[in-house]
Design a protein around this ligand. Structure first.
Ligand SMILES: Cc1cc2nc3c(=O)[nH]c(=O)nc-3n(C[C@H](O)[C@H](O)[C@H](O)COP(=O)(O)O)c2cc1C
Length: 329
Protein backbone atom coordinates (compact mmCIF):
# COMPACT_ATOMS: atom_id res chain seq x y z
CA UNK A 1 0.00 0.00 0.00
CA UNK A 2 1.45 3.41 -0.98
CA UNK A 3 1.77 6.23 1.57
CA UNK A 4 -0.97 8.27 -0.11
CA UNK A 5 -3.40 5.32 0.05
CA UNK A 6 -2.47 4.69 3.70
CA UNK A 7 -3.06 8.33 4.70
CA UNK A 8 -6.30 8.34 2.73
CA UNK A 9 -7.53 5.24 4.60
CA UNK A 10 -6.74 6.80 7.98
CA UNK A 11 -8.68 9.92 6.98
CA UNK A 12 -11.59 7.72 5.87
CA UNK A 13 -11.63 5.79 9.16
CA UNK A 14 -11.35 8.82 11.41
CA UNK A 15 -13.82 11.11 9.70
CA UNK A 16 -16.22 8.86 7.81
CA UNK A 17 -17.84 7.00 10.67
CA UNK A 18 -20.91 5.97 8.73
CA UNK A 19 -22.88 9.15 9.24
CA UNK A 20 -22.22 10.71 5.86
CA UNK A 21 -25.22 11.28 3.60
CA UNK A 22 -24.07 11.20 -0.02
CA UNK A 23 -26.38 11.90 -2.95
CA UNK A 24 -25.78 11.59 -6.69
CA UNK A 25 -25.82 14.89 -8.57
CA UNK A 26 -28.03 15.03 -11.65
CA UNK A 27 -25.92 14.92 -14.83
CA UNK A 28 -28.07 15.31 -17.94
CA UNK A 29 -27.08 12.73 -20.55
CA UNK A 30 -25.06 10.64 -18.08
CA UNK A 31 -27.01 9.67 -14.95
CA UNK A 32 -30.11 8.50 -16.80
CA UNK A 33 -32.41 5.78 -15.44
CA UNK A 34 -30.24 2.99 -16.85
CA UNK A 35 -27.16 4.38 -15.09
CA UNK A 36 -29.05 4.90 -11.82
CA UNK A 37 -30.61 1.43 -11.91
CA UNK A 38 -27.30 -0.32 -12.61
CA UNK A 39 -25.41 1.75 -10.06
CA UNK A 40 -27.96 1.06 -7.37
CA UNK A 41 -27.95 -2.67 -8.15
CA UNK A 42 -24.17 -3.07 -8.04
CA UNK A 43 -23.14 -0.53 -5.38
CA UNK A 44 -26.28 0.37 -3.39
CA UNK A 45 -24.41 3.13 -1.57
CA UNK A 46 -26.03 6.36 -2.69
CA UNK A 47 -28.64 7.91 -0.42
CA UNK A 48 -30.59 9.80 -3.08
CA UNK A 49 -30.26 9.83 -6.85
CA UNK A 50 -31.30 13.24 -8.21
CA UNK A 51 -32.82 12.85 -11.68
CA UNK A 52 -31.52 15.28 -14.35
CA UNK A 53 -33.86 18.19 -14.99
CA UNK A 54 -37.29 18.15 -16.60
CA UNK A 55 -38.00 21.24 -18.68
CA UNK A 56 -40.70 22.57 -20.99
CA UNK A 57 -39.74 21.94 -24.61
CA UNK A 58 -41.27 22.66 -28.00
CA UNK A 59 -45.07 22.87 -28.10
CA UNK A 60 -45.09 23.30 -24.29
CA UNK A 61 -44.30 19.63 -23.90
CA UNK A 62 -41.74 17.68 -21.92
CA UNK A 63 -39.26 15.89 -24.20
CA UNK A 64 -39.85 12.14 -24.51
CA UNK A 65 -36.37 11.26 -23.25
CA UNK A 66 -36.83 13.45 -20.14
CA UNK A 67 -40.29 12.06 -19.49
CA UNK A 68 -39.10 8.47 -19.82
CA UNK A 69 -36.37 9.21 -17.29
CA UNK A 70 -38.88 10.14 -14.55
CA UNK A 71 -41.44 7.39 -15.23
CA UNK A 72 -41.89 5.48 -11.94
CA UNK A 73 -41.59 2.10 -13.69
CA UNK A 74 -38.06 3.07 -14.74
CA UNK A 75 -37.12 4.07 -11.20
CA UNK A 76 -38.66 1.28 -9.17
CA UNK A 77 -36.90 0.54 -5.89
CA UNK A 78 -34.44 3.40 -6.33
CA UNK A 79 -34.43 6.45 -4.02
CA UNK A 80 -34.89 9.21 -6.60
CA UNK A 81 -35.88 12.88 -6.56
CA UNK A 82 -36.88 14.53 -9.85
CA UNK A 83 -35.72 18.04 -10.72
CA UNK A 84 -37.49 20.90 -12.51
CA UNK A 85 -35.85 23.65 -14.56
CA UNK A 86 -38.30 26.50 -15.14
CA UNK A 87 -38.38 30.23 -15.88
CA UNK A 88 -41.78 31.19 -14.45
CA UNK A 89 -44.96 30.00 -12.76
CA UNK A 90 -46.54 28.65 -15.98
CA UNK A 91 -43.55 26.44 -16.70
CA UNK A 92 -43.40 25.34 -13.08
CA UNK A 93 -47.07 24.33 -13.08
CA UNK A 94 -46.71 22.28 -16.23
CA UNK A 95 -43.78 20.32 -14.78
CA UNK A 96 -45.09 20.08 -11.21
CA UNK A 97 -48.53 18.87 -12.38
CA UNK A 98 -46.84 16.10 -14.34
CA UNK A 99 -44.77 15.01 -11.33
CA UNK A 100 -47.85 15.10 -9.11
CA UNK A 101 -49.67 12.86 -11.61
CA UNK A 102 -46.75 10.45 -11.36
CA UNK A 103 -47.12 10.51 -7.55
CA UNK A 104 -43.73 11.94 -6.69
CA UNK A 105 -43.59 13.19 -3.08
CA UNK A 106 -40.46 15.34 -3.58
CA UNK A 107 -39.08 17.73 -6.13
CA UNK A 108 -35.82 19.64 -6.58
CA UNK A 109 -35.74 23.13 -8.09
CA UNK A 110 -32.80 23.88 -10.41
CA UNK A 111 -31.33 27.35 -9.78
CA UNK A 112 -27.90 26.35 -11.03
CA UNK A 113 -28.04 25.50 -14.73
CA UNK A 114 -25.25 27.67 -16.23
CA UNK A 115 -25.90 27.32 -19.97
CA UNK A 116 -26.79 30.62 -21.73
CA UNK A 117 -29.58 28.79 -23.63
CA UNK A 118 -31.26 28.31 -20.23
CA UNK A 119 -30.15 31.40 -18.29
CA UNK A 120 -31.13 33.83 -21.08
CA UNK A 121 -34.64 32.40 -20.88
CA UNK A 122 -34.65 33.01 -17.13
CA UNK A 123 -34.08 29.37 -16.17
CA UNK A 124 -31.49 27.90 -13.79
CA UNK A 125 -29.08 30.58 -12.56
CA UNK A 126 -31.19 33.04 -14.59
CA UNK A 127 -34.08 32.45 -12.17
CA UNK A 128 -31.78 32.82 -9.14
CA UNK A 129 -30.94 36.33 -10.40
CA UNK A 130 -34.59 37.39 -10.79
CA UNK A 131 -35.81 37.80 -7.21
CA UNK A 132 -39.39 38.77 -8.06
CA UNK A 133 -39.91 35.81 -10.39
CA UNK A 134 -38.14 33.47 -8.00
CA UNK A 135 -40.52 34.44 -5.18
CA UNK A 136 -43.52 33.94 -7.47
CA UNK A 137 -42.29 30.47 -8.43
CA UNK A 138 -41.59 29.55 -4.80
CA UNK A 139 -44.95 30.91 -3.60
CA UNK A 140 -46.67 28.69 -6.14
CA UNK A 141 -44.54 25.63 -5.43
CA UNK A 142 -45.02 25.85 -1.66
CA UNK A 143 -48.65 26.92 -1.53
CA UNK A 144 -50.29 25.02 -4.41
CA UNK A 145 -48.46 21.69 -4.06
CA UNK A 146 -47.54 19.42 -1.18
CA UNK A 147 -44.10 18.35 -2.38
CA UNK A 148 -41.10 18.18 -0.14
CA UNK A 149 -38.98 20.78 -1.93
CA UNK A 150 -35.21 20.98 -2.16
CA UNK A 151 -33.21 23.48 -4.20
CA UNK A 152 -29.85 23.32 -5.99
CA UNK A 153 -28.09 26.58 -6.77
CA UNK A 154 -24.87 28.27 -7.85
CA UNK A 155 -23.43 31.50 -6.47
CA UNK A 156 -24.71 33.72 -9.30
CA UNK A 157 -24.47 34.34 -13.03
CA UNK A 158 -21.22 36.34 -13.03
CA UNK A 159 -20.94 37.79 -9.53
CA UNK A 160 -20.43 35.24 -6.75
CA UNK A 161 -21.90 37.69 -4.22
CA UNK A 162 -25.38 37.31 -5.75
CA UNK A 163 -26.13 34.38 -3.48
CA UNK A 164 -25.67 36.58 -0.40
CA UNK A 165 -28.39 38.90 -1.73
CA UNK A 166 -30.70 35.98 -2.51
CA UNK A 167 -30.16 34.02 0.69
CA UNK A 168 -32.98 35.82 2.53
CA UNK A 169 -35.39 34.78 -0.20
CA UNK A 170 -34.25 31.16 0.05
CA UNK A 171 -34.36 31.29 3.86
CA UNK A 172 -38.00 32.41 3.75
CA UNK A 173 -39.20 29.02 2.43
CA UNK A 174 -39.15 25.63 4.19
CA UNK A 175 -36.79 23.78 1.86
CA UNK A 176 -35.91 20.22 2.88
CA UNK A 177 -32.39 20.69 1.50
CA UNK A 178 -30.34 23.61 0.21
CA UNK A 179 -27.70 22.25 -2.15
CA UNK A 180 -24.92 24.69 -2.98
CA UNK A 181 -22.45 24.31 -5.87
CA UNK A 182 -20.12 27.28 -5.23
CA UNK A 183 -19.32 28.37 -8.77
CA UNK A 184 -20.82 31.14 -10.90
CA UNK A 185 -22.61 30.22 -14.13
CA UNK A 186 -19.85 32.02 -16.04
CA UNK A 187 -17.33 29.56 -14.62
CA UNK A 188 -19.35 26.63 -15.98
CA UNK A 189 -17.36 23.65 -14.65
CA UNK A 190 -13.91 25.19 -14.95
CA UNK A 191 -11.43 25.88 -12.17
CA UNK A 192 -12.20 24.83 -8.63
CA UNK A 193 -15.47 25.13 -6.73
CA UNK A 194 -15.02 27.91 -4.16
CA UNK A 195 -15.10 26.14 -0.80
CA UNK A 196 -14.59 29.41 1.12
CA UNK A 197 -17.82 30.69 -0.38
CA UNK A 198 -19.60 27.55 0.86
CA UNK A 199 -18.19 28.06 4.36
CA UNK A 200 -19.31 31.70 4.38
CA UNK A 201 -22.83 30.92 3.17
CA UNK A 202 -23.18 28.10 5.72
CA UNK A 203 -22.24 30.54 8.47
CA UNK A 204 -24.43 33.38 7.22
CA UNK A 205 -27.50 31.21 6.64
CA UNK A 206 -26.85 29.46 9.93
CA UNK A 207 -28.37 26.19 8.79
CA UNK A 208 -26.99 22.99 7.24
CA UNK A 209 -26.35 23.10 3.51
CA UNK A 210 -25.49 20.24 1.17
CA UNK A 211 -22.05 20.70 -0.38
CA UNK A 212 -21.58 19.98 -4.10
CA UNK A 213 -18.53 20.47 -6.33
CA UNK A 214 -15.30 18.61 -7.20
CA UNK A 215 -15.47 15.97 -4.45
CA UNK A 216 -13.22 13.08 -5.44
CA UNK A 217 -11.76 11.69 -2.22
CA UNK A 218 -12.06 11.60 1.58
CA UNK A 219 -9.56 14.45 1.91
CA UNK A 220 -11.98 16.77 0.09
CA UNK A 221 -14.76 16.00 2.57
CA UNK A 222 -12.39 16.33 5.48
CA UNK A 223 -11.17 19.77 4.36
CA UNK A 224 -14.74 21.09 4.33
CA UNK A 225 -15.61 19.39 7.63
CA UNK A 226 -12.66 21.18 9.23
CA UNK A 227 -14.22 24.50 8.24
CA UNK A 228 -17.93 23.75 8.76
CA UNK A 229 -18.69 21.91 11.99
CA UNK A 230 -21.27 19.16 11.52
CA UNK A 231 -21.04 19.09 7.72
CA UNK A 232 -22.22 15.58 6.76
CA UNK A 233 -24.40 15.97 3.69
CA UNK A 234 -22.81 15.86 0.23
CA UNK A 235 -23.73 15.63 -3.42
CA UNK A 236 -21.28 14.15 -5.92
CA UNK A 237 -21.52 14.03 -9.72
CA UNK A 238 -18.45 13.60 -11.90
CA UNK A 239 -16.48 11.89 -9.11
CA UNK A 240 -18.96 8.98 -9.29
CA UNK A 241 -18.85 8.89 -13.10
CA UNK A 242 -15.06 8.54 -12.88
CA UNK A 243 -15.06 6.09 -9.98
CA UNK A 244 -18.42 4.36 -9.45
CA UNK A 245 -17.16 2.89 -6.13
CA UNK A 246 -16.41 6.34 -4.72
CA UNK A 247 -19.43 6.61 -2.42
CA UNK A 248 -18.86 3.12 -0.98
CA UNK A 249 -15.25 4.09 -0.28
CA UNK A 250 -16.23 7.41 1.29
CA UNK A 251 -18.62 5.52 3.55
CA UNK A 252 -15.72 3.40 4.78
CA UNK A 253 -15.82 0.26 2.60
CA UNK A 254 -12.45 -1.07 1.55
CA UNK A 255 -11.67 -2.97 -1.65
CA UNK A 256 -8.61 -4.79 -2.94
CA UNK A 257 -7.47 -3.88 -6.46
CA UNK A 258 -8.99 -7.15 -7.74
CA UNK A 259 -12.32 -6.49 -6.04
CA UNK A 260 -12.35 -2.98 -7.42
CA UNK A 261 -11.75 -4.10 -11.00
CA UNK A 262 -14.27 -6.88 -10.59
CA UNK A 263 -16.99 -4.47 -9.44
CA UNK A 264 -16.18 -2.03 -12.22
CA UNK A 265 -16.43 -4.87 -14.76
CA UNK A 266 -19.77 -6.01 -13.28
CA UNK A 267 -21.15 -2.48 -13.40
CA UNK A 268 -19.95 -1.95 -16.97
CA UNK A 269 -21.49 -5.24 -18.14
CA UNK A 270 -24.83 -4.47 -16.55
CA UNK A 271 -24.81 -0.99 -18.06
CA UNK A 272 -23.97 -2.32 -21.53
CA UNK A 273 -26.64 -5.05 -21.34
CA UNK A 274 -29.26 -2.57 -20.15
CA UNK A 275 -28.47 0.03 -22.81
CA UNK A 276 -28.65 -2.70 -25.47
CA UNK A 277 -32.05 -3.69 -24.18
CA UNK A 278 -33.43 -0.17 -23.81
CA UNK A 279 -31.92 1.55 -26.85
CA UNK A 280 -31.96 -1.29 -29.39
CA UNK A 281 -30.14 0.82 -32.01
CA UNK A 282 -26.42 -0.11 -31.89
CA UNK A 283 -25.29 3.41 -32.79
CA UNK A 284 -27.00 4.85 -29.73
CA UNK A 285 -25.56 2.16 -27.49
CA UNK A 286 -22.06 2.92 -28.79
CA UNK A 287 -22.59 6.64 -28.18
CA UNK A 288 -23.75 5.99 -24.61
CA UNK A 289 -20.77 3.76 -23.88
CA UNK A 290 -18.37 6.35 -25.31
CA UNK A 291 -19.92 9.02 -23.09
CA UNK A 292 -19.61 6.70 -20.11
CA UNK A 293 -15.92 5.99 -20.80
CA UNK A 294 -15.13 9.69 -21.23
CA UNK A 295 -15.26 9.82 -17.40
CA UNK A 296 -14.82 6.16 -16.41
CA UNK A 297 -11.46 5.92 -18.25
CA UNK A 298 -10.09 8.51 -15.80
CA UNK A 299 -10.13 5.91 -13.03
CA UNK A 300 -7.56 3.80 -14.92
CA UNK A 301 -3.82 4.26 -14.79
CA UNK A 302 -3.47 5.66 -18.30
CA UNK A 303 -6.81 7.31 -19.15
CA UNK A 304 -5.81 8.56 -22.60
CA UNK A 305 -4.58 5.11 -23.64
CA UNK A 306 -7.77 3.49 -22.35
CA UNK A 307 -10.14 5.99 -23.95
CA UNK A 308 -8.48 6.41 -27.36
CA UNK A 309 -9.49 3.10 -29.01
CA UNK A 310 -13.01 3.36 -27.55
CA UNK A 311 -13.39 6.87 -28.90
CA UNK A 312 -12.20 5.71 -32.32
CA UNK A 313 -14.63 2.77 -32.55
CA UNK A 314 -17.23 3.37 -35.25
CA UNK A 315 -19.23 0.17 -34.72
CA UNK A 316 -20.57 -1.47 -31.57
CA UNK A 317 -18.97 -4.73 -32.77
CA UNK A 318 -15.56 -3.07 -32.58
CA UNK A 319 -16.34 -1.79 -29.08
CA UNK A 320 -17.21 -5.36 -28.02
CA UNK A 321 -13.69 -6.40 -29.05
CA UNK A 322 -11.96 -3.57 -27.18
CA UNK A 323 -13.43 -3.36 -23.69
CA UNK A 324 -12.79 -6.92 -22.33
CA UNK A 325 -9.01 -6.46 -22.21
CA UNK A 326 -9.38 -3.23 -20.21
CA UNK A 327 -11.65 -4.83 -17.63
CA UNK A 328 -9.96 -8.21 -17.24
CA UNK A 329 -7.50 -9.07 -14.46
C1 LIG B 1 -22.75 16.88 -18.24
C2 LIG B 1 -23.37 17.55 -17.05
C3 LIG B 1 -24.76 17.57 -16.91
C4 LIG B 1 -25.36 18.19 -15.80
N1 LIG B 1 -26.73 18.18 -15.67
C5 LIG B 1 -27.31 18.76 -14.57
C6 LIG B 1 -28.73 18.72 -14.36
O1 LIG B 1 -29.51 18.14 -15.11
N2 LIG B 1 -29.22 19.37 -13.26
C7 LIG B 1 -28.39 20.00 -12.35
O2 LIG B 1 -28.87 20.54 -11.35
N3 LIG B 1 -27.06 20.02 -12.52
C8 LIG B 1 -26.50 19.41 -13.58
N4 LIG B 1 -25.14 19.40 -13.70
C9 LIG B 1 -24.31 19.92 -12.59
C10 LIG B 1 -23.99 18.78 -11.59
O3 LIG B 1 -25.17 18.29 -11.00
C11 LIG B 1 -23.04 19.25 -10.47
O4 LIG B 1 -23.63 20.34 -9.82
C12 LIG B 1 -21.68 19.67 -11.00
O5 LIG B 1 -21.17 18.73 -11.93
C13 LIG B 1 -20.68 19.84 -9.84
O6 LIG B 1 -20.57 18.65 -9.10
P1 LIG B 1 -19.38 17.58 -9.35
O7 LIG B 1 -18.09 18.36 -9.33
O8 LIG B 1 -19.48 16.61 -8.21
O9 LIG B 1 -19.61 16.96 -10.69
C14 LIG B 1 -24.53 18.81 -14.81
C15 LIG B 1 -23.14 18.78 -14.96
C16 LIG B 1 -22.55 18.16 -16.04
C17 LIG B 1 -21.04 18.15 -16.15
Amino acid sequence: MGLATFVCKIVINVFMSGKEIIDLAPLQGFTDFVFRRCHHQVFGSIDTYYIPYLSVGKGKKIRNSQYRDVLPENNQGIPVVPQVLCANVDELRLLADELKQLNYPSVNLNLGCPYPMATKRGRGTGLLENDEMLRAVLDCLFSDYDFQVSVKFRSGLVDDQTIFKEMDTLAAYPFSQLIFHPRTAKQMYKGQANRDLFVRLSNEMNRPLVYNGDLVNAGDLDAIQQAVAGQHHWMIGRGVLINPLLVNQLKGEEFSDDQELNLKAQFHQLLLDNYREVLQDDGHVLLKMKQFWSYFSQSFENPAKVFKPIKKATKLARYMEIYPSILSM
